[in-house]
Design a protein around this ligand. Structure first.
Ligand SMILES: Cc1cc2nc3c(=O)[nH]c(=O)nc-3n(C[C@H](O)[C@H](O)[C@H](O)COP(=O)(O)OP(=O)(O)OC[C@H]3O[C@@H](n4cnc5c(N)ncnc54)[C@H](O)[C@@H]3O)c2cc1C
Length: 394
């Protein structure tokens, strides 16, 4: 069977690697990090495609329960904690690391290479040679590049196409339920809480703890607060860490400068609803994820393809970043089956479908972000404000 090389061993690369391995391909994954990925330990909304490997793929049937939990209500509160709107709406939630670890555990460790940075590749008529930073060269039949928003592959294949800062960031915090009051726990038992603020909004929801425990009282509460930082020097200052180093997309816990932390905590104390405020104020080391848009005109380049965040960077409002990476991987599997494992034919089938999906998802999430952060027209109970990759709820 053909040999598949995957550059990038996060959610997209692992899902593609697992699905193609399960089809019988000889798969190797090359990940730049020297250690397993950990920095992104905050919450994610789990759309069905994100955990489809566990529910329909090679994972065991009980894994769904272990990687995510379900909340049944979508609730909006005001500054005083008064409920403004509440719908019964079932979504699943998890931690980024929980999903990553569950996928990683399903892939052979000897085929998952850490400290293996792709620096380039060469193509032949029917294959590809991957070049790594340590000088190694690896031959394969196809190269799947799942190397994220700052993709090396994209910068080689589509120079000049870069993520564009959207004008705001997400402050992400996690607080154990054990540190919250009974009143806050009451709000958060079955509900995801939203608060709409002036050109800003925040959402808060439960995720499993680091042991995968989903029992109320032992879970972690995750908050995501979208706040505007104009690109007039303010954003650059925010993204300069305590050691004076300019970071590109993420400020990990412990790296954010005191002046920005203090301002955020003060604003939280003044404006946030009591249960949401507790979650934000209890976490003294939040992280910042800068929000970008990215859209590519092409995803297949001979026997090299780019997928997930490397190709389309989605604002997180529909919770579809990982879902899009997973959808690209599932569609690749389906195209290989449909083409009877003719790789070139499969890539011809795959690319237009995934370009369409990426374009519509970017347009949708950009529109939602504009409504909340720029126009200020997001409102509590807005029925169109829902998670989903293809459409609301899906
Ligand atoms: C810091 C951060 C935090 C996030 N937190 C959340 C969250 O809490 N909730 C949420 O819903 N979404 C979150 N997201 C978004 C979500 O993680 C992505 O949408 C999703 O993981 C997309 O998966 P991906 O595999 O395409 O890309 P990524 O997850 O970005 O993975 C790319 C991988 O490629 C590796 N890599 C990069 N360059 C090379 C190279 N040259 N050679 C080899 N490997 C390389 C990277 O180390 C990384 O492991 C976060 C994203 C980031 C960047």
């Amino acid at each position: 069977m053909s040999r598949v090389l995957v550059a990038g061993g996060s959610i997209g690369g692992l899902t593609a690697g697992l699905l193609l391995r399960d089809l019988g391909y000889d798969v190797e994954i090359f990940e730049r990090s020297s250690a397993e990925l950990q920095e992104r330990g905050t919450g994610i909304v789990v759309l069905p495609i994100t955990e489809q490997y566990f529910t329909q793929g090679g994972g065991d049937a009980d894994a769904e329960r272990r990687v995510s939990l379900e909340l049944s209500d979508w609730t909006y509160v005001d500054r005083d904690g008064v409920i403004l709107a509440s719908d019964e709406d079932h979504f699943r939630f998890s931690g980024w690391s929980t999903i990553y670890q569950a996928l990683l555990a399903s892939f052979e460790s000897q085929r998952y290479h850490l400290d293996a940075e792709m620096v380039g590749f060469d193509q032949t008529d029917d294959g590809v040679v991957l070049r790594l930073a340590d000088g190694r060269e690896v031959e394969g039949d196809v190269l799947v590049c799942a190397d994220g928003l700052g993709s090396t592959a994209r910068s080689i294949l589509l120079p000049g196409i870069e993520p564009e800062y959207a004008g705001y960031v997400a402050w992400r915090a996690v607080t154990p339920e054990t540190e919250l009051s009974e009143e806050a726990l009451g709000y958060l038992a079955d509900a995801m809480l939203y608060q709409v603020l002036d050109h800003s909004h925040i959402l808060v929801y439960a995720i499993p703890n680091s042991d995968g425990d989903t029992a109320p009282g032992r879970r972690i509460i995750n908050s995501v607060w979208y706040r505007n930082y104009p690109d007039d020097g303010t954003f650059a200052a925010l993204m300069t860490d305590v050691d004076g180093r300019r970071r590109s997309g993420t400020m990990p816990p412990g790296s954010i400068r005191a002046e920005f932390l203090d301002e955020m905590f003060e604003t939280a104390a003044a404006l946030l609803a009591p249960p949401i405020r507790e979650v934000v104020l209890q976490c003294r080391e939040p992280l910042i994820q800068a929000i970008f848009d990215l859209e590519v005109p092409q995803m297949v380049f001979g026997r090299v393809l780019i997928l997930g965040d490397a190709a389309f960077g989605l604002r997180p409002h529909v919770a579809a970043g990982q879902a899009k990476a997973c959808a690209d991987a599932w569609a690749l599997r389906d195209a290989l089956i449909e083409s009877d494992h003719d790789i070139d034919r499969a890539l011809d089938l795959w690319e237009p479908r995934q370009l369409d999906l990426g374009r519509s998802a970017v347009a949708n999430t950009r529109g939602m972000g504009e409504r909340s952060q720029v126009e200020g027209t997001m409102y509590p109970g807005d029925p169109s404000w829902k998670f989903g990759l293809w459409e609301a709820g899906n």
